[in-house]
Design a protein around this ligand. Structure first.
Ligand code: ADP
Ligand code: MG
Length: 701
């Protein structure tokens, strides 16, 4: 009995057989009775009421009729054939038609018997017909437990053609849960069932596939999703336990001279409460004797760099070197300049290492790293190359995490033994519940507060018709001494066209804003790095008032005097990217603006993105909408998504269950870290079974 029931291969499940089993395996990845049971209905249809043929109305939704199939015949068509059957009830007749799988259905169709028919009626040449209806013998319909509520299952076209439309799957499952040996042991602890008012595991499977009413169905479905999420959370929390125990870390025990000197004499502002809280979290974490692996999330402009700087000083004061890795040269440069400026009065040697640093300049840097005379190294991925050897690396800060792959990060770890503490900073907030799962084994710190005095960036959507007034607005701002970004999309597939758009746009701007009154620069990926740097520098230093660019300026660039961000073809950008771009302005004291330019034709999703941008400045709120639009997997990027493959639950729709599962998991592990107590034995077993399974638990870091 018990777990073996779940292991029964599907070909031995009643109503399937070897051929259909093969299809279920290839189409839906279902291998065993257990898999089949975990293939939960995604909704239920109410099947309590019937209509007569004479009562049918135009444009109605699916209806249910009771009557007799009088005749059925295959009608040959060009390559296949279609099946046409005549259905009759007390009030009239209609046609049932199948275009797909006609032969197979013809062999099964119960002619001259009383049936229940379900489908969407349509009117063709004055006659009612239903294409691809569901049919069931009336006797069966009545027999079946909960005839009122019909579960609807995900299926595929190929399966539908082989009699495994949703109704076919429903029938198999209904039979399966009535099997005399159908039985599942409970593995959730008693208190969980009681507190959450869940049915037992066995009841849940019965009720979900053959429910008496919708309340019962919902409760059962929640229980099953919950158990999947609970297993996931236990797994992630244990992974985290193991990781911290396996990886010793260096201790930053003291707050020393450099930190104190900077903090007392040089820091230009007071930290926000959120920055203070995060610093406390980090300080506690780097002094446990275990390795820190922390994700710092904070909206654009929330002041992550200061946290990085202070953490770096902490490393230095404890006798360690630190490095800061940025995704682009521009950004590495900017960090370098700002670190140098901030620490100019302190005895700290900072160097910059990027791909364009010449060999002759490289040598002294590398020597300084090896001897320990270079304290902080800032750079691009050039700094994870094998030739870069530190004397004593204690901390690696990674800015804008989403640009780095897992492989690159692990190279960083290898630069010191014990591995350096890692602080990953990202300005692409992801919803908390998702962070909890995708980065389940990372600790997460959140800066959820902007530095004081920030004004909300006013965001508007304009179409090309308003271009002249947009130009006027840009001119007014420039006259006030402000600077303006104009950003064009650059998508690899259409790169050539996109570059043309960019250059056309640049030219028309130079005509509208001519020299010598106006100075406009342009930056894009096809320029030589030196030229790019020169152009950037001219904008950063205020020589140029306008910067026309592709998304190269997306990440991190800090020009507080810039107050207008114009985004061309804004409908082509994703929400996260739009928000990133908007974050380039609003960094100074002035009121800033973001203008989203589009054509007139917009898809529904694009419209929602633009509306959301205009409505809110809150990155976490945007992330929620983004996740609704794109789904969690996409949001994280496919390659390093770390998003587990769930069979029953949905990270997006079941967020409340997920939070509860996280809470219960940590409660369980707190009381019984190894789950070896007798009352958790079955849960532990179930966990092991689940881990043996097919699920791919990719790790993020
Ligand atoms: P991000 O989180 O996007 O990396 P930055 O670290 O670049 O943000 O900070 C954005 C701006 O806010 C910088 O000009 C920085 O000097 C300023 N800033 C950071 N923290 C504070 C604070 N506590 N008070 C005032 N300004 C701050
Ligand atoms: Mg930053």
């Amino acid at each position: 009995m018990s777990s073996e029931f779940a292991d029964i291969p599907i070909e031995f499940v009643k109503g399937i057989g070897p051929k259909r089993a093969e299809w279920l395996r290839t189409e839906l990845n279902l291998y065993t009775a257990g898999d089949l049971l975990e293939h939960l209905p995604f909704r239920y249809e109410d099947r309590t009421s019937f209509v007569g043929v004479s009562e049918l109305i135009f444009e109605s939704t699916a209806v249910q009729l009771k009557g007799v199939i009088r005749s059925a015949q295959l009608v040959p068509m060009k390559r296949t054939s279609r099946l046409v059957a005549t259905f009759e009830d007390d009030s009239g007749k209609l046609e049932l038609v199948w275009f797909k799988g006609a032969k197979w259905i013809a062999s099964q169709i119960p002619v001259q018997q009383r049936v229940v028919v379900y489908g969407k009626p349509s009117l063709y040449k004055g006659k009612w017909n239903i294409a691809h209806p569901e049919i069931e013998l009336e006797s069966q319909f009545q027999q079946r437990n909960g005839a009122g509520l019909q579960p609807v299952y995900r299926t595929t076209e190929k399966l539908t053609q082989r009699g495994l439309a949703s109704s076919g799957i429903a029938k198999i499952l209904r039979t399966l849960v009535q099997h005399p040996e159908f039985s599942f042991p409970e593995f959730l602890p008693d208190f969980v069932l009681r507190e959450l008012n869940f049915p037992s595991r066995m009841e849940a499977f019965k009720q979900v596939h053959s429910p008496a009413n919708s309340k019962e169905a919902e409760r059962a479905r929640n229980r099953l999703k919950f158990e999947e999420l609970l297993m996931l959370q236990i797994k992630l929390l244990k992974q985290k336990q193991a990781q911290t125990q396996d990886l010793p870390g260096v201790r930053f025990e003291q707050v020393g001279a450099r930190f104190n000197a900077y903090f007392s004499n040089h820091i230009p502002f007071e930290l926000t409460d959120a920055q203070k809280r995060v610093m406390r979290e980090i300080r506690a974490d780097v002094n446990t004797g275990w390795h820190m692996n922390r994700l710092l999330q904070g909206d654009v402009g929330s002041g992550k760099t200061m946290v990085a700087l202070l953490t770096t000083l902490l490393a230095l004061d404890n006798g360690y070197q630190a490095c800061v890795m940025a995704p682009t040269e521009i950004l590495a440069n900017q960090h370098f300049e700002s670190f140098k400026e901030s620490l100019r009065d302190l005895p700290v040697r900072i160097e910059l290492l990027t791909g364009s640093v010449k060999t002759s300049k490289r040598k002294p840097i590398l020597e300084g790293l090896a001897s320990g005379s270079v304290h902080i190294l800032i750079g691009t991925h050039a700094l994870i190359e094998p030739g870069v050897v530190f004397q004593k690396l204690g901390l690696a800060v990674i800015d804008e995490q989403h640009r780095f792959g897992v492989a690159q990060r692990s190279k960083l770890w290898a630069k010191a033994k014990p591995a350096p503490h890692v602080l990953v900073m990202t300005a692409t907030p992801i919803p908390r519940t998702l962070a909890m799962t995708a980065y389940g084994d990372l600790d997460v710190s959140i800066i959820d507060e902007m530095p004081p005095g920030r004004k909300e960036i006013k965001t508007v959507h304009r179409t090309d018709a308003a271009r002249l007034s947009v130009f006027q607005f840009m001119e007014d701002e420039i006259q006030k001494g402000r600077q303006v970004y104009v950003v064009y999309p650059l998508i690899e597939e259409s790169a050539t066209l996109d570059y043309k758009d960019l250059m056309d746009g640049y030219e028309s701007l130079t005509r509208r804003f001519p020299l010598p009154t106006f100075r406009i620069g342009v930056v894009h990926g096809r320029m030589k790095p030196e030229d790019k740097d020169i152009e950037m520098e001219r904008f950063v230093s205020g020589v140029n008032q306008m910067l026309v660019a592709t998304t190269v300026i997306e990440v991190g660039v800090n020009v507080p005097n810039a107050s207008v961000m114009v985004i061309e073809s804004a409908e082509r950008f994703g929400l996260a990217q739009l928000h990133q771009l908007r974050g380039r302005v609003g960094r100074g004291a002035e009121q800033s603006y973001c203008i989203l330019m589009t054509g007139n034709e917009l898809s529904k999703d694009a419209r929602l993105r633009l509306e959301t941008m205009c409505r809110t400045n809150d990155g976490f709120e945007l992330a929620e909408v983004d996740m609704e639009l794109r789904g969690p997997g996409d949001l994280m990027g496919t390659q390093q998504s770390g998003i587990p493959d769930l069979k029953m639950a949905d990270l997006l729709k079941d967020r409340n269950l997920l939070t509860t599962a996280r809470y219960i998991a940590s409660r369980l592990l707190e009381e019984d870290p190894t789950l070896r107590n007798p009352e958790n034995a079955i849960l532990n077993e179930a966990l092991k079974r689940a881990q043996k399974g097919r699920t791919n638990w990719s790790r993020i870091s």
